[in-house]
Design a protein around this ligand. Sequence first.
Ligand code: NAD
Length: 280
Amino acid sequence: MTKILDGKIVAEKINADSAILVKKLTEKSVTPKLVIVIGTNNKSLLSYVKGLSKQAEKIGILAEIIEVSETSTNKYEEILNKLSSDPSVHGIILQTPLPDSVDAAALSALVPVDKDVDGINPASAGRLLANEKSFAPATAEAVITMLDYYNIGLSGKNVAVLGRSMIVGKPVASLLINRDATATICHSKTQNLSEITKKADILVVAIGRANLVNADYVSRGQVIVDVGINFNEDGKIVGDVDFNNVEAMTSAISPVPGGVGPVTAALLLKHTCEAALSTL
Ligand code: NAD
């Protein structure tokens, strides 16, 4: 029987834990605050960000969205510097994608590590690599959190990670190695991809291509975590994994939607509470 890795259940548990942290903070007269800086008027991204801030407020976290209409790096710098030095702000998300004219790499380094709740600062990435305390990118951590919640062991497991981005593929691999798994990062230039994926115990797929991973890439009994979020020709959200095609072959698989996504959002809020706690 295939186990469905339901992210909504995992997110509920994380949000309940965060609500306890908020209570602890309010007892000390601190209200955690998250600020999301967004530079796009992309409808689905704006609706995601609004959903996240509503979720934050439900738990008792203050949330502010700063929509930036100017497309200069300077404007973002000014905003980020102000947020960095504001003691009432505990978490900062610099939502990507940013406008092409903006130096996104330079801006990532302006999110202070202690408020970097989505782990985008290269210094946070370095700490993760060194297995030192830092906020990991929430999506990468969501993958591990899901596997932990469903008691899927990592030590000694072979994990194929498809995708090498700084927000998913690379940090997932670091987190896996820190947990004694053997991680192989695959990407668009990887040769004989299916040979690698078929040998793995666990597949983590984060490539951004609808339904690309089909039965040719999967072997019986594997665990699959699908990070992808794509829109198919009918405008429906689908993952990178052809769920209907491979589900029966797997021992466990995360759906899209309702898998990694809700866990990512919940972890961003939890990180904000943890950032606030560390100021006490
Ligand atoms: P990205 O575009 O930065 O990276 C995609 C990666 O996939 C690249 O490293 C590329 O080398 C690799 N790739 C492309 N084609 C490939 C192929 N045929 N075989 C193997 N590898 C290939 O994307 P990203 O930001 O890492 O996001 C990946 C997916 O995850 C997207 O669908 C995105 O929407 C989704 N995502 C989901 C969440 C969430 O919370 N669930 C968060 C972030 C991203």
